[in-house]
Every structure is written in C-alpha cells, then in structure tokens.
Design a protein around this ligand. Structure first.
Ligand code: TXA
Ligand code: MG
Length: 317
C-alpha cells in the first residue's frame, strides 16, 4: 500500500477516519513528526493523538494500560474515543509535545484501519487542517488547506460519517476527565468508569486540547440563539451567511445555509458548511445556536455547541 510505504520512508500522509481526516506520521520517527508541526503551523506544545489498530498497539505506546482502558476499548474501539494515559518511555518526546501522557485512538474507518494494518505500527496524527482552521471532513478539504504541499498524499475515504473530532478522555489522573466532548457522551463513559469529570466549556485554556478558539473559519463568525436571530440579522449592515436550522428565519440580503435537524446529520455536515460559508466571501457568518437548553452539557448537540463556541470565539479572548 502506497500510503504505508510513504510512512515507512518517513513521509507524512493524510488519511480518512470516521471523525475527521488526519495528517499522519510514524510515531517513532521524530523528523516526520516535526514535519507535521511545520506543515500545520501547530503550536509546539500541542500534543498529537497516536492512532493504533487496537489494544495490542496501544500497550506499546502506553506506560500504564489498565483494566479501565481495556473496558473502554472493548466498548468503544474501533471508534471516536481517544484515551489519554501515561506515555511509554519508548515513545519519542516530540510525539507528545513533551507531555508525560499520550492520547491513543483506534479509528473505525476501514481506510484508516487498512493503513494501520499495512503500516504495522502507531501513526501520530492531528486533524489534517492548518492549525486553528476548520477540521477537514473530505479529501478536498485537506487539499484546500495545504495548497503549497502538492506532493501531500491523501488517502481518500469519502466524507467522514461522524464529522466532529473524537471524544478525548484523560485517565492519567483521578477522576477520569473529558478533555474534549465528542460523539461518545460522558454518560456512556460514566457507565464504565463511574465518576467522570466534564469540562467547563466556557473556561479558558487549561492544558493541551482546551484552547478556547479553534475550528474557526476566516470570516467573523457569531453564535446567536434562535429567538434573537431575526433581530440580529435585521441590525446587520452587511449581508451575512447564516447557518440556520430553518430557512424561514433568514431574509435577503442574507444568505441561508440550512443545517440538518438531527444532531448526527448536523455534525457530519458542520465543517463542510463552515467552509462553504467562508467561501461565499461575505465578511460575517452568523450561526443559529443548536436546539438544546443552554445549561445542558450532555450528548451530541452539546459537543456540537462546543465546536460552534470555539469557531465563534474572538481571537483576542
Ligand atoms: O477525531 C480525532 O481525534 C482526529 C482524528 C484525526 O483522529 N484527530 C484530532 O487531532 O482531532 P487534533 O490533534 O486535531 O486534536 C487532538 C486533541 C488536541 O486538542 C490535543 O491537545 C489533545 O487531543 N491531546 C493530544 N494528546 C494529548 C495528551 N497527551 N493529553 C491531553 N490532551 C491531548
Ligand atoms: Mg485539530
């Protein structure tokens, strides 16, 4: 397999997973890892997820892989769950940006699984976008983010079915802590782990994976609740693009991109819609907030709202 050969030769390759596309390198090849940081413009202290075929490989990169990890893996792997545990001394420092822990995920997408089998080792991969930009959910999105890397190999697996990044759960301390919400809800983790701490989604950065502004389009973007949407749109001087749940709330000169009403379909469409909105060339994107009580922190709508908040947070904050 060409992509596996390239990884073995020290190159980086992009590949489909069920969440978003990843930009991968051999976990044990420091020079290849450095190339990922350079190509993405990624901050040097932001660690990478090691992608593995399954628990046998996870044990290779973890210093501690306990019974809780096995139970999580048995229930959610392969799939959109990333598990943070103490890092094995065999793993180079750069593969975790110097952190003593390592994030590990076995992706379910057949393309990712074939690549991991063919390569035969862990693949460190962040999402395959420029740092801070919207994550890619198609091979075209990857190519658009790296126009100057014409030789970047992209293993195309179509549109990502989940569409938002994996849930990240940190098991390196007690209690277990959700660092990033995703399609695996905290309640499902709690069934296995007992107590699970969930993040304060409005808090400032407190470690890797918690940067407040992220997943952001180029245009100024704001999040507006359904009730305030008509009033907000009538006050805007310039025509905006609106990601809305119902076209009826958007009148000319504003342009509507109607989002799906089920959370699964919404998540799968979100990053493509943000890129589409950006490509309209208008200076402002208005996003109608998701249909979920403001205090609710559980479930897929809540993970989607986390991404919407990060996409619309002003960078000076
Ligand atoms: O769905 C996903 O997780 C995708 C696909 C490609 O697997 N990957 C992804 O990677 O979203 P990235 O690098 O864009 O986001 C990984 C997140 C970052 O927020 C990072 O800070 C956090 O996981 N992370 C990685 N290693 C960590 C560690 N040792 N401790 C805490 N957080 C970690
Ligand atoms: Mg990312």
């Amino acid at each position: 397999m060409e992509a596996a050969r390239r990884l073995s030769a020290g190159a980086i390759v992009a590949f489909a997973t069920e969440t978003v596309y990843g930009l991968g390198a051999d976990t044990f090849n420091v020079a290849a890892i450095e190339r990922i940081y350079a190509l993405k413009g990624r901050p040097a202290r932001n660690p990478l997820i090691a992608h593995v075929a399954g628990t046998a490989e996870a044990r290779r990169v973890a210093a501690v892989w306990d019974e809780r990890c096995d139970r999580l893996a048995a229930r959610f792997w392969p799939g959109p769950l990333t598990i943070v545990v103490p890092r094995s001394a065999d793993v180079p420092d750069r593969a975790t940006a110097g952190w003593p822990t390592i994030a590990i995920r076995a992706p379910a997408h057949p393309v990712a699984q074939r690549l991991l089998q063919a390569f035969g080792g862990p693949i460190s991969a962040p999402s395959a976008n420029r740092s801070g930009h919207v994550s890619p959910t198609t091979a075209r999105h990857v190519a658009e983010d790296f126009p100057d890397a014409a030789d970047l190999y992209v293993l195309d697996g179509g549109s990502c079915a989940v569409g938002i990044e994996s849930t990240v759960v940190d098991l390196s301390g007690a209690p277990a802590r959700v660092l990033r919400p995703g399609s695996v809800p905290a309640s499902a983790l709690a069934e296995i782990l007992g107590e699970v701490a969930t993040p304060d989604l409005t808090a400032q950065a407190a470690g890797p994976g918690t940067e407040p502004r992220h997943y952001a389009p180029g245009a100024a973007a704001e999040l507006v609740c359904t009730a305030s949407l008509p009033g907000r749109l009538s006050k805007l001087r310039e025509p905006a693009v609106v990601l809305c749940l119902d076209r009826g709330s958007v009148e000319a000169p504003h342009l509507a991109i109607v989002m799906p009403s089920s959370p699964r379909a919404y998540a799968a469409r979100l990053y493509d819609a943000l890129r589409e909105a950006d490509a309209c060339g208008r200076s402002r994107i208005v996003i109608e907030d998701v249909p979920l009580d403001i205090s609710e922190t559980e479930g897929l709508w809540s993970a989607i709202r986390d991404r919407l908040r990060r996409a619309t947070r002003r960078s000076e904050e």
